[in-house]
Design a protein around this ligand. Structure first.
Ligand code: 5MM
Length: 338
C-alpha cells in the first residue's frame, strides 16, 4: 500500500462512527501527577501494569479507534508478555505515538511557551513506524492572560506544528495537530473564542506554507469554553455554539476530523459537551474525541494501584469509552451515566 493510501486508511479508521481516540501518552512527569492523585508512586512497572490493564479492557475496540502512546509504553510488554502495540491491534485499535519532547518558556515572549522535539524527529518516527505506530501527536500550548498568547508565540508554535506534520506525512504517518488553548484562567468564553480563532488561523496558514495535506491529518483542539476560574461557566449548548462558530470560520472542510482534547473538563462535562456539538447536525468534519483525563480518571480511581482492581478499572474505562462513543454520534444522554 502506498503512503498516501496508508494514511487515508488510518484517518478513516480513527474517525470511525461511534469511536474516538484514547490519549494515554502522558509523559513521565504528567503520569506521576495523575498517579499521585490516587496515592500511587509512578514507577516503570506500575505504569506498565496500569496501561496493560487499560489496553486489555474487553471490547475496548468497540468504542476506541486509536490510542496515543508514550515512547516508554511502545517499548514495553504487556502483563501477558506481548508488545503493547500488539495488545491494541488485537482489538482493532490503531497505535499512535506522542512525538513532541515537551515544552518550556519561549525567549522574548514572557508567559508563553514553545514545544520542542523537531531535532531527530524523522529518525525517531521511522523507528516508531517499524514498531507499529501509524499516527503521531504533537501538542502546542497557549496560555490565556491579558497579554498572552503573544503574536510571536502564536506564529512560532504554528510553524513547529506544521514542520512536525510535514515530516510525519513524508513517512506515511498521520499527524494529529494539537494546539491546546488552556482552560486555566479567569477569561470569558468570548476571549477564549478570540484566542482559539487566532491560533487556528495561524496553524492552518503554517500547514499550507509547509504543504501539509489536510485530507491526511486530524486536528486535536480545545473546545471553546470560559476559563476554569471565570465566575460563570457555560452549559453544553453554549460550548457547542461557541466552538462551532469559531471552527466554521477557520478550519477548512478538507480536514476529515476534529478530535477534541478534554483539557481539564470533568469526564461528564467532556461527554456532554461533545454530544451537544454533534447534536448541531452535520458539519464538514467528523467531530470526535481524543481524551486523556476525561476517559481515564474513573479507571485510575478504580485501579488505585492494585492489580486485583483490574476488572473494576476496565469496567470504568469501558463505560467512559462507550458514553463518549455515543456522544460522538450525538446520541448520549445524562441518564446513560447510570
Ligand atoms: C491536553 O492533553 C492531551 C489530551 O488530554 P486531556 O484530554 O486530559 O486534556 C494529552 O494527549 C496530552 O498531550 C498528553 O497527556 C501528554 O501530556 P504531557 O504533559 O505529558 O506532555
Amino acid at each position: 500500500m502506498s503512503h498516501q493510501q496508508d494514511m487515508e486508511d488510518t484517518v478513516e479508521k480513527l474517525i470511525h462512527k461511534g469511536k474516538g481516540i484514547l490519549a494515554a501518552d502522558e509523559s513521565a512527569p504528567t503520569i506521576a501527577k495523575r498517579f499521585a492523585a490516587i496515592g500511587v508512586e509512578s514507577t516503570e512497572e506500575k505504569r506498565r501494569e496500569y496501561r496493560s490493564l487499560i489496553f486489555s479492557t474487553p471490547s475496548l475496540g468497540d468504542h476506541i479507534s486509536g490510542v496515543i502512546l508514550y515512547e516508554e509504553t511502545l517499548n514495553q510488554r504487556s502483563l501477558d508478555n506481548k508488545p503493547m502495540a500488539e495488545l491494541l491491534l488485537r482489538q482493532g485499535i490503531v497505535p499512535g505515538i506522542k512525538v513532541d519532547k515537551g515544552k518550556g518558556p519561549m525567549a522574548n515572549a514572557p508567559g508563553d511557551e514553545i514545544t520542542y522535539g523537531l531535532d531527530g524527529l524523522e529518525e525517531r518516527l521511522q523507528g516508531y513506524r517499524e514498531q507499529g505506530a501509524r499516527f503521531a501527536k504533537w501538542r502546542d500550548v497557549y496560555h490565556i492572560t491579558d497579554t498572552n498568547p503573544s503574536r510571536l508565540a502564536i506564529e512560532a508554535n504554528a510553524e513547529v506544528l506544521a514542520r512536525y506534520a510535514a515530516v510525519c506525512q513524508s513517512l506515511g504517518v498521520v499527524p494529529i495537530v494539537e494546539p491546546e488553548v488552556l482552560i486555566d484562567g479567569y477569561h470569558t468564553i468570548e476571549h477564549s473564542a478570540q484566542v482559539c480563532e487566532s491560533v487556528l488561523k495561524a496553524v492552518f496558514d503554517a500547514l499550507h506554507r509547509h504543504g501539509v495535506v489536510l485530507e491526511r491529518m486530524l486536528l486535536k483542539p480545545s473546545m471553546v469554553t470560559p476559563g476554569k476560574s471565570h465566575t460563570t461557566q457555560a452549559n453544553p449548548e453554549q460550548v457547542a455554539e461557541a466552538t462551532l462558530h469559531v471552527f466554521r470560520r477557520v478550519v477548512p472542510a478538507a480536514v476529515p476530523g476534529i478530535v477534541f482534547l478534554s483539557g481539564g473538563q470533568t469526564p461528564e462535562e467532556a461527554t456532554a459537551n461533545l454530544n451537544a456539538i454533534n447534536q448541531h447536525g452535520p458539519q464538514p468534519w467528523a467531530l470526535s474525541f481524543s481524551y486523556g483525563r476525561a476517559l481515564q480518571e474513573p479507571a485510575q480511581k478504580a485501579w488505585a494501584g492494585t492489580l486485583e482492581n483490574g476488572p473494576a478499572a476496565q469496567s470504568a474505562m469501558h463505560k467512559r469509552a462507550q458514553l463518549n462513543g455515543a456522544a460522538r454520534n450525538g446520541e448520549y444522554s445524562t441518564d446513560m451515566e447510570g
